[in-house]
Write a protein that binds this ligand. Structure first.
Ligand code: BGC
Length: 454
């Protein structure tokens, strides 16, 4: 038995497993504040500012697509360790950078880590959790992402008076080191271990969070699936096999739609939306931090009361309807004109309603679903492809939002998002089956991707 499997799967396993989510959120959220000061000090052009922001997303795409094979080949734990190193290198490098090109390079490095973590963390958490709690435990990832965004807002707020943008970037090294040390002592995923023929280690890991009976039945199930599908799947087979293609398109659709419904325009631009409606800078930043706190609280509610009780499908359908209505409200505020005193308040209600609906549904649940819908032999590769589309959606929306806003109006942009939310609702209604309470192997059979499935 390796040292990594001799520890128990306690709460710390889930916590350290999910730390990648915290860094994901932090690196996503920190740039807004850092850019204000960095932009002035280095006299950046708009294009350079855009590149500092989007370099993380470009790195995210490369990290997501590159690490699928690494997690399948070398293990989930190894990939988490590797991303911890990249997170730290990126954070310190960006903090010490002498010029903007160096910052952009290190933001790409951070992006590689964020992309790798966004693929590996949901897979690791869903593979290690018992079926009855899988939603809530793998949903920890989303709690960590929203906490990371909030942490970034708070660090920005605290360091703004001294304009310490270098520290804003560099502080991400602290959780990276914690993640490395934590992950070093955590067990590998039992499913991956069994696939590599390490049955004793797999049994030991499972035994720490399941009864003896559950361990044996889960081992038998995993073995059954493995016997049917020995080899790991590459990109060609993933797209070439029609049964795999169906579940892959479901994953890509969920991942891409999670972005094009507009969440990150709200994350990046909520303060701008509020200042446009007449709020002062400080009030807008404070309101935004308030929205960040709300998101964390609602994510906890989702984990405790929704995902393993109500399930995934219904919240995704209802959440999309709620987000659609919130976008309609924001559109009305913008069309009605921004001069009336109540416009700001109505906009805050619209933003809060959107974030509540997102946090109860598409926020955490998309990552949970991505960790569970793909068959074991293709999980790393398929997750990489789906996550690539998530980063692509994030990148496209970030790029196009200001352009469309400039060419039309706030009202029109929100109408477009309302339509996209309605499309997301239709997508979930038509294509998404419920996965709550089923083991990963049962889900695999249900999607008909196990060759011996009846
Ligand atoms: C999304 C991120 C988003 C975050 C907001 C995540 O699920 O993937 O793009 O910024 O939620 O909480």
């Amino acid at each position: 038995m390796t040292p990594s499997t001799s520890r128990s799967v306690g709460r710390s396993t889930y916590f350290f497993g999910a730390l990648g989510g915290l860094l994901f959120g932090y690196d996503l959220g920190v740039v807004a504040g850092a850019l204000l000061f960095l932009g002035k000090e280095m006299q950046l052009t708009d294009l350079e500012k855009g590149m500092v922001t989007s370099s993380l997303l470009v790195g995210g795409m490369i990290g997501a697509i590159g690490c699928g094979r690494i997690t399948d080949r070398y293990g989930r734990r190894f990939t988490v360790l590797l991303s911890a190193v990249l997170f730290a290198v990126g954070a310190i490098g960006a903090g010490l950078a002498p010029d903007v090109v160096t910052i952009i390079v290190f933001r790409v490095v951070m992006g590689l880590a964020v992309g790798a973590a966004s693929v590996t963390v949901p897979v690791y958490l869903s593979e290690i959790a018992p079926a009855r709690d899988r939603g809530r435990l793998s949903g920890l990832n989303q709690l960590m992402i929203s906490s990371g965004i909030l942490l970034a807002y708070l660090v920005n707020l605290a360091l703004s008076p001294i304009g310490a943008w270098r520290w804003m970037f560099a502080l991400a090294a602290v959780p990276s080191v914690a993640m490395f040390i934590g992950a070093y002592f955590q067990p590998e995923s039992p499913r991956w271990l069994l696939r590599k023929g390490r049955e004793t280690d797999a049994r030991a890991v499972l035994a720490r969070s399941r009864s003896a009976e559950e361990v044996e039945s889960e081992l038998a199930e995993i073995r059954g699936v493995l016997a049917a599908e020995r080899a790991s799947v590459g990109f060609r087979e993933l797209f070439g096999d029609s049964r795999l293609r169906g579940v892959l398109f479901l994953g890509i659709g969920l991942a891409f739609m999670q972005q094009i419904i507009g969440i990150n325009t709200i994350i990046y631009y909520a303060p701008t939306i509020l200042t446009d409606l007449g709020y002062g800078d400080v009030a807008a930043i404070a309101a935004n931090a308030g929205l960040g706190v709300l998101t964390v609280i609602i994510t906890v509610v989702m984990l405790l009361y929704v995902v393993d009780r109500v399930g995934r499908r219904q919240p995704l359908i209802l959440g999309a309807i709620g987000m659609c209505l919130s976008m309609v409200l924001l559109a009305v505020v913008f069309f009605a004109g921004t001069s009336s005193g109540s416009a700001g308040w109505i906009a805050i209600v619209g933003l809060a309603a959107f974030k509540i609906c997102f946090s109860l549904s598409w926020g955490g649940m998309v990552w949970i679903l991505l960790g569970e819908i793909f068959p074991l032999r293709a999980r790393g590769t398929a997750m990489g492809v789906a996550t690539l589309f998530n980063w692509l959606g994030n990148f496209l929306v970030g790029l196009l939002f200001p352009v469309v806003l400039g060419a039309t109006s706030g009202g029109t942009v929100f109408v477009i998002f309302a339509v996209l939310c309605a499309a997301a609702c239709g997508f979930a209604y038509k294509w998404l089956p419920e996965t709550k309470g089923h083991s990963l192997e049962q889900i695999e059979e249900r999607f008909g991707v196990t060759p011996t499935a009846k």
